[in-house]
Write a protein that binds this ligand. Structure first.
Ligand code: ADP
Ligand code: MG
Length: 340
């Protein structure tokens, strides 16, 4: 029998890996905006056409890339953020897997304009389905500007699987809300089909950013949470029970400035609100955890929204106690009558 095993070409390997990182247009937005944050940007503009099917453009005023780095950035496992496996246990950046740009370039048409602040000339790169079409020097503004066109042009199954534009846009808005709430000090604009969705100026605190996103009405409902233990610091806001909504969507956990999904911690909050919520409703919460980066594992899923905590049970109890205490301070006690 002849030998039959072959290494896959990079373009195919990238396309396979892309399936895990890039599920839909919102995933591209997430990855590009996280890169802008890691680059130290203070202003990020996200310009979308047709819910991301035709164009996802993210431009930032961050550090920019050198000519060589601009090309390297599209290689798989190419990253400036970690150097060794040890670094995985103390992640302070949003990215570290070095997969996003290689993945995006494998399944879309990508243009990159980038310039470092101390350079006069920048770099332009055009990549389509992992193939470099052009790389040349040129003038451009300092920072980085990515244009991602024709997402999934070579993955018909994925393209077909995309939902209606309204649904895909909602996913993008969710992603932008999470990132904006995690980074109130960064100015963030979201434009869809030339109409402004968000124009968030730099906000100096979380409360202002919450109001900028969800509107003035939420302001009166916000109860502050502020707890400090040796395991975790928890800051942020929870919503008064009477403002709870039937629909899920204003529940946010952040750990070390990264949005995370945590159904187990969510239950700690739901239990703290037990008996004081209108039936079948969810309280809003915006809770920011600060923990030792060595006590969490971010690297359990390619999208990094699931996070494993070393002291999960203890933190669960701290969350519940903090929420109870905050509700108690605001005299929100289980005697509220809902049948008025
Ligand atoms: P990761 O973020 O995990 O390192 P990516 O594929 O997202 O991997 O990006 C690869 C590298 O490209 C980054 O490590 C960074 O050095 C560089 N890079 C990407 N986007 C930007 C940006 N907006 N500004 C400056 N550098 C960037
Ligand atoms: Mg990245």
């Amino acid at each position: 029998m002849p030998d039959i095993i072959q290494l896959l070409p990079d373009s195919v390997a990238n396309q396979i890996a892309a399936g895990e990182v890039i599920q839909r247009p919102a995933s591209v937005v997430k990855e590009l905006v996280e890169n802008a944050i890691d680059a130290g940007a203070t202003q990020i503009t996200i310009n979308i056409k047709d819910a991301g099917r035709t164009l996802i453009q993210v431009s930032d005023n961050g550090c920019g890339m050198s000519d060589t780095d601009a090309r390297m950035a599209f290689e798989r496992h190419a990253t400036s953020k970690i150097r060794s496996a040890n670094d995985l246990f103390a992640i302070r950046t949003m990215g570290f897997r070095g997969e996003a740009l290689a993945s995006i370039a494998a399944i879309a048409d990508v243009e990159l304009h980038t310039r470092q602040h101390d350079q006069e000339i920048g770099t332009f790169i055009h990549i389509n389905g992992s193939k470099v079409i052009a790389q040349e020097a040129g003038s451009c503004t300092a920072g980085t500007n990515f244009l991602v066109k024709n997402l999934f042009f070579n993955v018909p199954a994925r393209r077909k699987f995309l939902k209606a534009n309204s649904t895909e846009l909602k996913q993008i808005i969710n992603e932008v809300q999470r990132i904006s709430l995690a980074n109130p000090e960064i100015g963030i604009s979201l434009i869809h089909n030339q109409q402004s969705v968000y124009e968030l100026g730099k906000d100096d605190n979380i409360r202002k950013r919450i109001v900028a996103i969800f509107g003035k009405n939420i302001s009166q409902s916000l109860i502050p949470v502020d707890t400090e233990t040796s395991l975790v610091k928890i800051k942020g806001y929870i919503g008064q029970p009477k403002y709870a909504r039937k629909t899920f969507g204003e529940q946010f956990f952040f750990v070390n400035n990264r949005f995370m999904k945590h159904p187990f911690f969510h239950r700690a909050i739901m239990q703290a609100y037990e008996k004081i919520l209108p039936p079948e409703s969810f309280p809003s919460y915006f809770l920011y955890f600060d923990v030792d980066p060595e006590s969490i594992d971010i690297n359990i899923h390619p999208t990094k929204t699931e996070i494993k905590f070393e002291n999960e049970m203890a933190i669960w109890q701290i969350i519940q106690a903090s929420v109870r205490e905050a509700l108690g301070k605001f005299n929100v006690v289980p005697s509220i009558d809902f049948d008025q």
